[in-house]
Design a protein. Structure first.
Length: 154
């Protein structure tokens, strides 16, 4: 089977032949190049690795590419759910049914601990609770890096 060409090689030969339809022939150099590629692939199958893939260079400002600012402008009106989590507590149903007006539920965080800021249920920041004009607010004190977000597992 080493003398056999793969389907992708045949397709490449046919494509090259159809692009040279004006002259009616495939350039000898192109045929040799494609055949050398086949030989290199076969050698790569016998050994470790194989020929390295070659890709064209990407143009920094390719036609139709948008700037980062333009991309963010498109997302400006997308609604996200932001949740501030003061703390958590696991409770049995029995304990929840006993809750009444004036009941106190102890949370897993101490007073003064930073609160978690979640966007679409993903922890993205931490902050401190403030009161401003009789409204609760959160001052963001830490933005989590993507690495830290994965480590928290929230």
């Amino acid at each position: 089977m080493p003398d056999e060409l793969k389907q992708e090689d045949l397709d490449a030969l046919l494509k090259a032949a159809s692009s040279d339809a004006e002259s009616g022939t495939l350039a000898q150099a192109e045929v040799e190049h494609l055949l050398r590629g086949q030989e290199a692939r076969e050698a790569g199958e016998a050994g470790a690795g194989g020929p390295a893939a070659q890709f064209p260079e990407l143009a920094p400002n390719a036609p139709g590419a948008e700037s980062a600012a333009g991309t963010f402008d498109l997302l400006g009106d997308v609604r996200l759910r932001v949740r501030i989590e003061l703390g958590r507590r696991q409770m049995y149903v029995e304990d929840i049914l006993r809750l009444a007006e004036g009941s106190v539920v102890e949370l897993d965080k101490l007073a003064g601990d930073p609160v978690d800021v979640l966007v679409n249920n993903v922890l993205v920041a931490r902050g401190e609770v403030l009161v401003l004009n009789d409204y609760f607010c959160v001052r963001v004190t830490e933005i989590l890096s993507p690495k830290d977000r994965l480590a928290t597992g929230v």
